[in-house]
Each structure stands twice: as structure tokens, then as C-alpha cells.
Design a protein. Sequence first.
Length: 96
Amino acid sequence: MLENKAKVLLILSQNVLDRARILAGKTTTALKLPVSLQIVLRALIEEGLKRDGHASLLANIEGQAKAVRQKRGARRRAGGPPASRGPSGQRTTTRR
């Protein structure tokens, strides 16, 4: 497990983070093993990827994609700094 690792920055709402922490606590109690938030998030991502054709998963992805598009569009219309790609390929915000 985790032979080929990559680091990812994941930004979550406080509600989602709290729910994942609760799941970690419940799982720790049920399994009588320490279960970290990272383990829970990794398992949720892996299980979610197995359900790639599931209607609720696709609806969630669509909702998030539309929210990102709306935010970026509003930012452009407001004259905010454009997002560009840095040397590592990650998006960075340029300052004016």
C-alpha cells in the first residue's frame, strides 16, 4: 500500500471535515484500532472512485464543477487577478 505516493492539497468544508472526523471516531471504536482522518479520507476517495457511474456521485461532481465555474466567472467579471500555472503545473494566483 502507498508504494507510489503523491501529495495533494484537499480543501473541504468544515461540515464535511467534521463528518469525516466523526466517522474516524466511530471506526476507531468499532475496530478497536486507531483510525486517522487521513485513513478515512483515503478510503472514501477509493470507494467513491469505484462508483464512477453512480448517479449521486455524478450529481455531486457536477454541482462542484458548476460552483467552481461560477466562482471563477464572478472573479473575472469583478476584475480579480487571473489564475495561472506555476512551474510545477499547479494553479497560482498572479498579483497585479
